[in-house]
Design a protein around this ligand. Structure first.
Ligand code: GLA
Length: 385
């Protein structure tokens, strides 16, 4: 990513000065759709990131420019105020507006500023480009205007932006990974307490690679529906077990007690979540012992659960998953919210070259789409450059 170019763009539009901030996308090794259920996740920040250059402009308006947007289909410039009624039309600008509003709600005073945003986190690929944008803007505003929020508050502000200004009732994983990422480490995050532990990740003899179906996912209604299913099951279980506030607090036995009291669809979704929370804990034990084959098997189990029980996969993702299994890849599964985007694959070094060649060719033949391949490099979280 050529950062000097973003700065040049900023200066040609808004004059001299401007400070640059960055915040990354993320991968998640295992633990999907567990975050909003208070469970565990195992993400890491990656070497794909968003960047912004920012400077106060002495007015009450925000002037924003996103050169990566396609000017044929969406405006690349947006100008808006910071009052609730000033929400901009452009979806990308709504993330900036949302961050500003959520910070103001927490007592921050934010005057007008100019901002240019650019980056290389692929959109709709399940690598959390939106959390990267929120965290980048959050860090930039916090530092520029001395707002005094800590990283926890910045991550929670990003999540609140999704809930209140984007309409996705997401969990905390993506924003947390973007804010707390650490080079060479995954983060084992307990989404109920927000306690976390860095988990050094250096799978000797293996590589972690993402394969992008290039079927873009756009999280929204279907994602929120799954969250509602989980909440309905919690409500049913809590009638007998009032201590259960989240699916994290529930066991499979408790779930069995509500057969017939919740819909079949809700039941099977909740079953997936309870199993997935345990799968993550098991996987962490395997990783500690360096047993990547066993960890990989858990990834396959997650895929099966996400595809058949939680139903957030699609034919393209299932194809890549089955193909990986056929090739002898140690672990493979859909990553992130689902409905498109990437699979994450744990591949032995000596299989890597032939696997990538075969899988890209087979996918192209099946769907007439050239998939994209990204080697995962675990990097630091949001920061000033
Ligand atoms: C999206 C959401 C996250 C999380 C994942 C699924 O990335 O933003 O909060 O729920 O889906 O694990």
């Amino acid at each position: 990513m050529d950062i000097s170019k973003i700065k040049e763009q900023f200066q040609s539009l808004y004059g001299t000065g401007g400070v640059t901030y960055t915040s990354p996308g993320r991968i998640n090794l295992i633990g999907e759709h567990t975050d909003y259920n208070g469970g565990f996740v195992l993400p890491g920040a990656i070497d794909k990131a968003l960047y912004c250059v920012i400077k106060p402009n002495g007015t009450t308006k925000v002037r924003a420019y996103a050169p990566d947007e396609n000017p044929q289909t969406v405006a690349v410039k947006s100008e808006f105020g910071v009052e609730e009624a000033d929400k901009p039309q452009e979806r990308w600008a709504q993330y900036i507006f949302g961050m500003v509003r959520e910070m103001i709600k927490k007592g921050a005073k934010i005057p007008g500023f100019d901002i240019v945003i650019s980056g290389d986190v692929p959109l709709g690929a399940g690598m959390s480009s939106s959390a990267a944008l929120e965290s980048c803007v959050g860090f930039a505003l916090n530092d520029t205007f001395g707002l005094g929020f800590d990283r926890f508050e910045l991550a929670l502000t990003g999540q609140a932006t999704e809930h209140n200004y984007v309409g996705v009732k997401c969990g905390i994983m993506d924003q947390f990974a973007s804010c707390f990422g650490k080079e060479g480490s995954l983060i084992r995050l307990d989404c109920r307490s927000l306690e976390y532990e860095y988990f050094p990740f250096d799978p000797k003899g293996y590589r972690l690679v993402l394969i992008n179906t290039c079927v873009a996912h756009m999280l929204g209604g279907e994602y929120n529906e799954r969250r509602e299913s989980c909440e309905r099951v919690v409500a049913a279980i809590a009638q007998k077990h009032p201590e259960v506030k989240l699916l994290r607090d529930a066991s499979l036995d408790m779930l069995k007690e509500v057969v017939g009291k919740v819909s079949g669809v809700d039941y099977i979704r909740a079953e997936f979540v309870i199993e997935e929370i345990q799968r993550l804990l098991d996987t962490c034990e395997y990783l500690k012992k360096g047993d990547y084959e066993a960890a990989g098997r858990k990834m396959y189990e997650t895929h099966t659960g996400l595809s058949l029980k939680y139903t957030v996969s699609c034919p393209e993702l299932d194809f890549l998953n089955e193909f990986a299994k056929k090739c002898g890849v140690s672990g493979s599964r859909v990553m992130g919210g689902g409905f498109g985007g990437c699979t994450i694959n744990l591949v032995k070094d000596d299989l890597y070259g032939s696997f990538i060649e075969k899988t890209t060719a087979a996918y192209k033949e099946q769907f007439n789409i050239q998939p994209k391949v990204y080697d995962v490099v675990i990097k630091d979280g949001a920061r000033k450059l």
